[in-house]
Ligand binder design. Structure first.
Ligand code: NAP
Length: 316
């Protein structure tokens, strides 16, 4: 019987682990199929406090892992959670399986911290992965916008995220193309007005991203667009592509008997807490965050979840 099982190894999970380990709870953390989480897919992180010269995303996550292990966290690599069940005595059975095998193992625990994150959606175009993380394709303007100073970029999507990213990128890029598959934005009126009136943003309506073109160094230097109305195809020269077609929260292993989920699948904690409707289950980070989605906010919530879990355990 474990004290606390932490699901997910992004900033929320590792911060929860550091706090739980220092409280001598001997936490176990399960990495899933992406050890280190979303920050491992970005290049340099310039906005995480404490690193005035920036730090590479994977290196930051390695440091968090080392810090968690230093205090006695057990890291289980390549372990996916397939289900969480509540036992009759209020403890939990966490069903797990290795990423590359089918053998199911059931772990018992007194508390669970769900920090399984969200996955930015990409289009799934063939060869797309090779451009993610430093070759021009990203899903986070706040993280990577500063690498595109003085060059044209494209944002893909028509929602609030796309508008927010486009607006943010005008600080750096020479020009921002907002590429949307329809001729009307889904975003709120105020966001839509802001981008459409911005002198550095050009709307590219009725266009679906269909492919990437690369320079000799392998970085993106243009995108291929299919016109969704007349079927024509054209190239748009850009050096950065910011995908803003939504995120998918990683909650498929959670039953709504234990965790409230919003219509998009995001976990809903008790207001102002990381506790959930099930005593003993806590939630932290992007899996419950549709607003901030930053490493540092996730880390802060991971800390809160561990403190709440510790208090819960000492009260039981
Ligand atoms: P979203 O509202 O779901 O918008 C996703 C956009 O991507 C839509 O315009 C959609 O096009 C497009 N899209 C989806 N799949 C696509 C595909 N396969 N190919 C091309 N385009 C595709 O997602 P979001 O913008 O991330 O926002 C999520 C939630 O967070 C929303 O409730 C939003 O209001 C909220 N949010 C709020 C703020 C804020 O208030 N400051 C900021 C960010 C997000 P269609 O329109 O054609 O479906």
């Amino acid at each position: 019987m474990e004290n606390v099982i932490i699901i997910g190894t992004g900033p929320a999970g590792y911060t929860a682990a550091i706090y739980a380990a220092r409280a001598e709870l001997k936490p176990v953390i399960l990495t899933g199929d992406q050890p280190g989480g979303q920050l491992t897919t970005t290049s340099e992180v310039e906005n995480f406090p404490g690193f005035p010269d920036g730090i590479m995303g994977p290196e930051l996550m390695n440091k968090m892992q080392a810090q968690a292990e230093r205090f006695g966290t057990r890291v289980e690599f390549g372990i996916m959670v397939t289900n969480v069940e509540k036992n009759d005595d209020g403890t939990f059975a966490v069903h797990t399986k290795p990423v590359f095998a089918d053998a199911v193992t059931v772990m018992q625990t007194k508390t669970v911290i769900v920090a399984s994150g969200a996955t930015a959606r990409y289009l799934g175009i063939e060869g797309e992965e090779q451009y993610i993380g430093g070759r021009g394709l990203t899903a986070c303007a706040v993280c990577d916008g500063a690498f595109f100073k003085g060059v044209p970029v494209a944002v893909i999507g028509g929602g609030d995220s796309a508008c927010e990213e486009a607006d943010f990128l005008t600080k750096y890029a020479s020009k921002v193309y907002l590429v949307h598959r329809r001729d009307e934005l889904r975003a709120s009126k105020i966001m839509a007005k802001r981008v459409m009136e911005h002198p550095k943003i050009e709307m590219v309506w009725n266009s679906q991203l269909a492919g990437y073109k690369e320079a000799e160094n392998g970085n993106i230097n243009a995108i291929v667009l299919d016109n969704t109305v007349d079927g024509s195809t054209s190239d748009l020269p850009v050096e950065g592509v910011f995908m803003a077609i939504g995120h998918t929260p990683n909650t498929s292993f959670l039953s709504t008997d234990l965790m409230d989920l919003d219509p998009s699948g995001y976990a809903i904690p008790v207001p102002g807490k990381t506790a959930t409707k099930t005593p003993g289950i806590f939630v932290a980070g992007d899996v419950a965050d549709t607003v901030y989605r930053q490493g540092i906010t996730a880390a802060g919530l991971g800390c809160a979840a561990a403190l709440e879990a510790e208090k819960f355990l000492s009260g039981h």
